[in-house]
Ligand binder design. Structure first.
Ligand code: TNX
Length: 537
C-alpha cells in the first residue's frame, strides 16, 4: 500500500515537473512549490473529506465550505461521495504549523500535524481563487507544496486606545492577518486616551476611562479640555462577552490574542477612573488629542492599593485570553511623578532600590510574580530591561534592536518589533499625498528587506528570537479606511519576512505577486497604498 502511494506520488510529481505552468501569487511564498499543468475545478461535484476519527478537522472543513460558498454559491458537503474531493488529513510527523498540499485534477489533499497546518494549506488555496464572488470558475492549479514557517511568533499589533475600533473592524483585521498566515494579535487595550476592556469589579474604567472629549484635534498642543460638568462621549470599549467572541473568532483562524494591559505608565484613562491610583491623586480625564504624551499618567509605585487593583484587573483579564503571554506594557514611564512622591520614595528606601528605574523594575517583577502564580508569563516593551529584567519576562524590542539583543543574550525570549521598519503608523510612500502620520518612513520594501535576527547574535542566542511583529499606533488613525491603508500592503511583506527562509526571499518575485494581491484588495474595496515602493530618503 505504502509502495503504491509513493509510486503514485512520484508519477504526480513527474507530471507536475514536466508541464510546469506559471506559479500562483501566494504570499507568503510557499517554501517549496512545484507546478504541474491543468487545474482542479471546485464545483458542485466537490466534497470535503476527512476521517471520522479526526473530528478536530470539522471546523476547518466548515471554514473551507463557507469560504467557497461566499465566493461561488456552491455548498460543498462534508464526507459525502463525490466525483472530486478536497481532503484534509492529520499526519503527526509534519512540522508544527507546516502542511503538505497536493493538487491533482480530481483531488486537493492537505496534510498537516494539526488543524493549524491544514488551515494554512487552505489559505494558500484561497489565494489561487477569486477574491470576491464572480462567475469565474474556481480553478486551483495542479501543484505540490511543502510549506512551513520560519518563526513561531508572527504578529500584528493594534492600538485601540488612541482611537477605538469596534468588534467588526477588529474581526476584519483578524481576517486579513489570517489570510497572510500571521498568528499573533497583540491587542493594545489600555493607554492614556482610553481603557477599552470591561472590568466588572472596577466599572469606572469603562464608565469614565473609555470616553474622551473629542476626536478631531490631532495636535497635542491644541487639545480640548472638558468643560465643567461635561461628560465626554467619544470612545468606546469591549464588553467581556465581545472580547470572548473576538478571541473565539481569532482562535478559529489560528491566531493567539495577546492582551496588553499597560502599566505603570500610559494609564491616564485608569487614573481618570480611579484618581487614587496616581501619586498626586488629582482628578483628571483620559487624554485627548492625537499625539501621545507621558505627562503624569503613572500608577503610584508606592501604593499597595495599585497592586491589588492590578491583580483584580488581571484576574478578570487572564481567563478571557488563553494566550500564555500577557503583555504588561512598561514603555515610556515618566519618572518625574515618582521622584516627587513621598510614598514612592519610601518604597525605594524600604526595598533598597537605588533609583526610579529600579522602582519600575520592582513594579514589573511584582506583577510578574502574580502572573506566574496564575501559570502565565509576561511580555513587555524593552524599557522593562532598565533597572533589572523580571526573571522570566519576554521582551518586545521596539527602540531598534538593542533591547532584543540584550535580552536574548540574557536567555530571555524576544519579539522583534523595531520602529524602523516595523511601525506601520509611519508613512509608507512619503508624506506627500498620504494622510497625516506620526512621521518616519517605512516603505513596503524596507519592511520586506528587514531580517528579524540581529547580526550580533550567535546561533545559540538566536533561538530566543521568537519572531517579530508590526505595530500600529492610532494617534492619527481615526477610521477603518485609514487603518487598512496603513497596513496594506506592508502586512503582506511582514508575512513573507516571518514565514520564508531568509535565502528564499526575493523582492522582485514578491513585488510581482503583490500586484495580483492589489487586484484582490481593489475587488474587496480595501484601501491600500500602491505607492512608489523603492523611493529612498
Ligand atoms: C511610542 S512604541 C509608544 C507609543 C506611541 C508610539 C508612536 C511604544 C512602546 N510606545 O505609545 O503610540 O511611540 O509611534
Amino acid at each position: 500500500m505504502a509502495l503504491r502511494s509513493s509510486v503514485l506520488l512520484f508519477l504526480l510529481l513527474a507530471s507536475v515537473l514536466m508541464n510546469a505552468q506559471q506559479q500562483p501569487s501566494i504570499i507568503p511564498k510557499p517554501v517549496d512549490l512545484k507546478m504541474g499543468s491543468g487545474n482542479f475545478t471546485i464545483d458542485g461535484n466537490t466534497a470535503i473529506q476527512y476521517k471520522k476519527s479526526q473530528k478536530e478537522l470539522k471546523a476547518t472543513a466548515d471554514f473551507f465550505a463557507s469560504y467557497i460558498k461566499n465566493i461561488s454559491g456552491f455548498s460543498l458537503k462534508s464526507n459525502k461521495a463525490a466525483a472530486k474531493k478536497v481532503e484534509f488529513v492529520i499526519e503527526k510527523d509534519i512540522q508544527e504549523e507546516g502542511y503538505q498540499l497536493t493538487v491533482s485534477s480530481t483531488a486537493i489533499v492537505i496534510k498537516a500535524s494539526s488543524p493549524k497546518g491544514v488551515f494554512y494549506g487552505m489559505q494558500s488555496i484561497f489565494q489561487t481563487l477569486p477574491a470576491i464572488r464572480t462567475n469565474a470558475a474556481l480553478e486551483v492549479p495542479i501543484m505540490v507544496i511543502n510549506d512551513y514557517p520560519r518563526f513561531k511568533w508572527r504578529g500584528m499589533h493594534l492600538d485601540v486606545s488612541r482611537h477605538f475600533f469596534g468588534p467588526e473592524i477588529v474581526k476584519e483585521y483578524i481576517d486579513l492577518m489570517a489570510s497572510y498566515k500571521i498568528n499573533v494579535f497583540h491587542w493594545h487595550l489600555v493607554d492614556d486616551q482610553g481603557w477599552r476592556i470591561e472590568i466588572k469589579k472596577n466599572p469606572k474604567l469603562t464608565e469614565i476611562g473609555a470616553w474622551r472629549v473629542d476626536q478631531t484635534h490631532l495636535n497635542w498642543s491644541e487639545r480640548p479640555q472638558a468643560k465643567e460638568g461635561e461628560r465626554p462621549t467619544y470612545g468606546g470599549f469591549y464588553t467581556q462577552e465581545q472580547i470572548k467572541d473576538i478571541v473565539k473568532y481569532a482562535t478559529e483562524r489560528n491566531i493567539t490574542v495577546v492582551p496588553e494591559i499597560e502599566m505603570p505608565g500610559h494609564v491616564a484613562s485608569a487614573i481618570a477612573s480611579y484618581p487614587q491610583l496616581s501619586c498626586t491623586q488629582q482628578p483628571q480625564l483620559p487624554m485627548t488629542g492625537g499625539n501621545y504624551s507621558n505627562m503624569s499618567s503613572n500608577y503610584c509605585a508606592g501604593n499597595d492599593e495599585v497592586f491589588s487593583f492590578l491583580e483584580d484587573v488581571l484576574t478578570e483579564v487572564m481567563p478571557l485570553f488563553p494566550s500564555s503571554y500577557i503583555h504588561i506594557g512598561g514603555d515610556e514611564v515618566d519618572k518625574g511623578p515618582w521622584k516627587k512622591c513621598a510614598r514612592c520614595q519610601a518604597r525605594m528606601k524600604s526595598e533598597g532600590l537605588k533609583d526610579e528605574h529600579e522602582l519600575q523594575s520592582y513594579f514589573i517583577k511584582r506583577i510578574e510574580k502574580f502572573v506566574i502564580s496564575k501559570k502565565r508569563k509576561i511580555i513587555g516593551w524593552d524599557e522593562i530591561l532598565e533597572g533589572g529584567l523580571a526573571p522570566e519576562a519576554a521582551v518586545m524590542s521596539w527602540r531598534g534592536e538593542a533591547g532584543g539583543v540584550e535580552a536574548a543574550k540574557m536567555k530571555h525570549n524576544v519579539v522583534m518589533t523595531p520602529g524602523t521598519p516595523f511601525y506601520f503608523d509611519h508613512y509608507q510612500a512619503g508624506p506627500e499625498g498620504e494622510p497625516l502620520a506620526i512621521g518616519g518612513f517605512n516603505t513596503v520594501k524596507r519592511v520586506y528587506d528587514y531580517d528579524p535576527i540581529p547580526k550580533e547574535l550567535n546561533k545559540e542566542d538566536e533561538a530566543y528570537i521568537l519572531g517579530a511583529q508590526a505595530n500600529i499606533w492610532t494617534e492619527y488613525i481615526t477610521t477603518p479606511e485609514h487603518l487598512e491603508y496603513m497596513i496594506l500592503p506592508r502586512m503582506a511583506a511582514l508575512a513573507e519576512v516571518l514565514w520564508d527562509p531568509k535565502e528564499n526571499k526575493n523582492w522582485d518575485s514578491f513585488n510581482e505577486r503583490l500586484q495580483y494581491h492589489f487586484k484582490g484588495y481593489a475587488q474587496k474595496a480595501l484601501h491600500f497604498s500602491p505607492g512608489n515602493f523603492t523611493v529612498s530618503i
